[in-house]
Ligand binder design. Sequence first.
Ligand SMILES: [Zn+2]
Length: 354
Amino acid sequence: MRDLATLPKAHLHLHFTGSMDVPTLRDMAARHGIRVPAALVDDDPLRVPADERGWFRFQRLYDAARACVRSEADMRQVVDAAARADAAEGSVRLEMQVDPTSYAPFVGGITPAVEIVLDAAREASAAHGLEVAVVVAASRMRHPLDARTLARLAARYAGEGPGEVVGFGLSNDERHGDTEQFAAAFRIARRAGLAAVPHGGELLGPAHVATVLESLHPDRLGHGVRASEDPAVLADVVERGVALEVCPASNVGLGVYEDVAEVPLRALVDAGATVALGADDPLLFGSRLTAQYEAARTAHGFSDAELADLARASVRASRASDASRASMLARIDEWISQPEEDGAETGEESVTNG
Ligand SMILES: [Zn+2]
């Protein structure tokens, strides 16, 4: 078995605040004299019985973490730490998702908030040897007009390279807000050449996936795992060529599935869906990118060749330039062409409860 931390891969589902590790958060909280909930810094905040997992616990802890990010320096630290951690795990392309609204009050508005993230992404790309691009995400909890404003802002920075905006997302509680009302924002984003990458089909089932497909015309779906519950919806996902950003630890952490073996990864891949594994929020779900590939190996029996295919899918679903993608794919070919290591780590430490 080959070392999955050296498998080149693209990371397409990682949120800004949620990307932090516990020491970074602890450091930030101390700097601002903020007390954070013990569950957040005592490791594995969602390691609770399955019936206690869920969105509201997650949201409360996420909000507490976000409240610690209150300066330009903090924002730059978040991006740099995420890029460093990703690079150490073989990530060659990170498309990091940020809703600038929460950080805007500390830096003079949403425009400077986006500029800071883009600038930090450019610097982190050079410092850590990977491409860090940005997805600007609106929130379902706010007015759809707010999403339009963000889409127009995102459009100004549209590109494909490090420090550019490559996509437009829609995040937060899937059960909140009327999906159709966000269609205008996604039209603006698509017109600017941005990838449409809304969340859908994690907390809600296939009917929600169908609504998101119909009204937002996504290029990728954040999660989308529950499309597996309706063959017709899953076939539609495949037919439309919509990639799924599957985050096993997140699904388990939010109680969507009791354990990682229940995540329908194999069913999605077998149906022909393009799957890009992601960590979503390592701070809350307790594992990063490589652990998701380890889970595919240990819980779902993916061979090294199949894991390389997952990595290829992640690169193809990214918004990297053709030249970058070709070089990333060549590096994956190189990884799989190396001989297997004897007695290599089997990834026992990977996702268990998430
Ligand atoms: Zn997410």
